[in-house]
Design a protein around this ligand. Structure first.
Ligand SMILES: [Zn+2]
Length: 256
């Protein structure tokens, strides 16, 4: 049977069009910040931070900071205040964070107290510290600096809330608190300081040195940072660029 030429041309065009269709539907586009996410691994070089039974705060802070960066770089630029094991002054960290004009600032530390029982992560945003708070004892004295404007301070509160929600969702014991630590006064971006866990708790210290547990913490932090940045971009509080979403919204995104 001869196929009429017109039918043949239509069939050929249909087949070509079908071949050009993507095999799966494109994911919806989602906004992302154009400004970098700034991760600040605490201490470094001669400043070891807390040291308990040979485990050094500066090493775990850097390891987790790098893991968080690795999880975010495909989606948004990430800057680390230190890339390796060298000392960076708190002033330098604050000045760099301001120069880089980040979407948000996350400082990473580890806890140490006299009790061996305290456990879990604490996520601080800027605010008056409780009296006798251990945080001051473990960190070097820094010059006075004015508090951040209220709007950025509220941004820090919301970021801390998001991170705590994501950690809890992922099975990590976490709570939210306030302190007036120097790096949280950086006035241009929402800032938090995370104590990932207690080196003074032997069981938790062992977990914190385990790369698999560090991966789990980094997964939660990256998810929370991303959820927070997307929410701010949607609300028009941050400059945005279009990006492709991957995966369902996290618990933190839903809790915002
Ligand atoms: Zn520290």
């Amino acid at each position: 049977m001869r196929v009429p030429l017109a039918v043949f041309i239509v069939l050929a065009a249909c087949l070509r069009a079908a071949a050009m269709l993507p095999s799966a539907p494109l994911p919806p586009s989602q906004p992302r910040p154009t400004a970098p996410v700034i991760i600040d691994p605490g201490h470094g070089g001669g400043d070891l931070g807390a040291v308990v039974r040979g485990v050094q705060e500066k090493d775990i802070a850097l390891a987790v900071a790098r893991k968080v960066r690795d999880r975010l770089t495909a989606w948004t630029p990430v800057m680390l205040t230190r890339e390796d094991d060298h000392y960076v002054t708190l002033d330098r960290r604050v000045v760099d964070a301001a120069d880089w004009d980040g979407a948000l600032f996350v400082s990473i530390h580890l806890n140490e107290v006299r009790s061996r029982r305290s456990a879990g992560a604490v996520v601080y945003s800027f605010g008056a510290a409780r009296r006798g708070h251990h945080f001051r004892r473990r960190h070097r004295k820094v010059p006075w600096m004015p508090a951040p404007p209220r709007v950025e301070s509220r941004g820090g509160d919301a970021l801390a809330r998001t991170i705590v929600a994501e950690l809890r969702h992922d099975g990590v014991n976490a709570k939210q608190a306030r302190c007036d630590y120097y790096v949280l006064k950086e006035p241009t971006e929402p800032s938090v300081l995370i104590e990932l866990g207690y080196l003074s708790n032997p069981a938790e210290a062992k977990r914190l040195t385990d790369p698999a547990y560090q991966d789990r913490l980094a997964d939660s932090l990256a998810k929370a940072i991303r959820a927070f940045a997307v929410q701010r971009a949607v609300r028009g509080q941050a400059p945005v660029a279009a990006a492709l979403a991957d995966g369902a919204p996290s618990a933190a995104a839903k809790s915002l």
